[in-house]
Design a binder for this molecule. Sequence first.
Ligand code: NAD
Length: 286
Amino acid sequence: KGKRAFIAGVADDNGYGWAIAKSLAAAGAEILVGTWVPALNIFETSLRRGKFDESRVLPDGSLMEITKVYALDAVFDQPEDVPEDIKTNKRYAGSSNWTVKEVAECVKQDFGSIDILVHSLANGPEVTKPLLETSRKGYLAAISASSYSYVSLLQRFLPIMNPGGSSISLTYIASERIIPGYGGGMSSAKAGLESDTRVLAFEAGRKHKVRVNTISAGPLRSRAAKAIGFIDMMIEYSLTNAPLQKELTSEEVGNTAAFLASPLASAITGAVIYVDNGLNAMGVAV
Ligand code: NAD
C-alpha cells in the first residue's frame, strides 16, 4: 500500500518543499501539503490555472497530484493562541482550521493517518540584520517559526503517524559555522532545530517507532532564500569551493528526503544529512 505524506511549507514550485513532494510522489506516495495562510490563495489559484503544470511532471511523464492543500500557520498551535489582529486580518479570515492542532485534526478526519511528515518552512523577520543588532522580538520570532514550529507539528502529527514512519526537516550549515548574512537569530533557530532532531528522534522512536532526521541543504534560489539577499553569492561560493563543482538542484534534496522516508533508511534517525555537494567538509577555500 502506498504511503501518505504531509509536507508543511509549500507555496510555489521553487522551494525544497515542492521538490520533496515531487520525489515522494514519484516514489508512489500520496501528497498532502500545508501552505502558509497568507500565501494560500495565490498558490491554489496558480495550481488550478495550470501555472505549475510544467513543474508537476514526474519522471514517468505523469503529473504530480496534490490530494489536498491545507491552510497552515505553524506559529500558532491552537485557536486560543491567535491574536485578534490576525483573526480579523483579511488574508486569514477567508480560511479556517489553520492552527497546527486543527490541521492535524483535519488530516486525521480526512485520511486517518500519515507515514511521512516534512517540515520545509522557516521565517526570520530580522534575517538581514546581524545577530548583534537583532531584537529579542525578532530572535524569538525566528525560533518560533523555524524551530518550535517543528516541535509543534511533530507533537500534533505523531499520534496519527504509522509505526515505521519518518519525519524530515530542512536545516542550514549556518547553525554550526559562521555564515555572515544569515542573521536575525536564524542561525540560532537552525542550531535549535538540529539539536531537537536528536531529542525528538529519541522520543518519537521510543514512543511511536518514527524516525526523525534533518537535511542540511546547500543554497537554492527559493522565494525564502531570495528574501535573505545573499543567495546568488552563496551559490557562486559553493560552485567555486565545494568538492562537487555543480549547481545544487532541489531534486537532489527531494531524492534524499525520499530515501530518508523509505525503508532503505530504516536505521537512520537523529541524523543531520548534508546535501550540499560536500561544501560542509571543506576547511579552507581553494
Ligand atoms: P520556500 O520559500 O520555498 O519555503 C519556505 C516556506 O515557509 C514558504 O512556503 C512559506 O510560505 C512558509 N512559511 C513561512 N512561515 C510560515 C508559517 N508561519 N507557517 C507555515 N508556513 C510558513 O523556501 P526554501 O528555501 O525551500 O525553504 C524551505 C526550508 O529549507 C526552510 O527550512 C529553509 O530554511 C531550508 N533551507 C533552505 C536553503 C536555501 O538555500 N534555499 C538552504 C538550506 C535550508
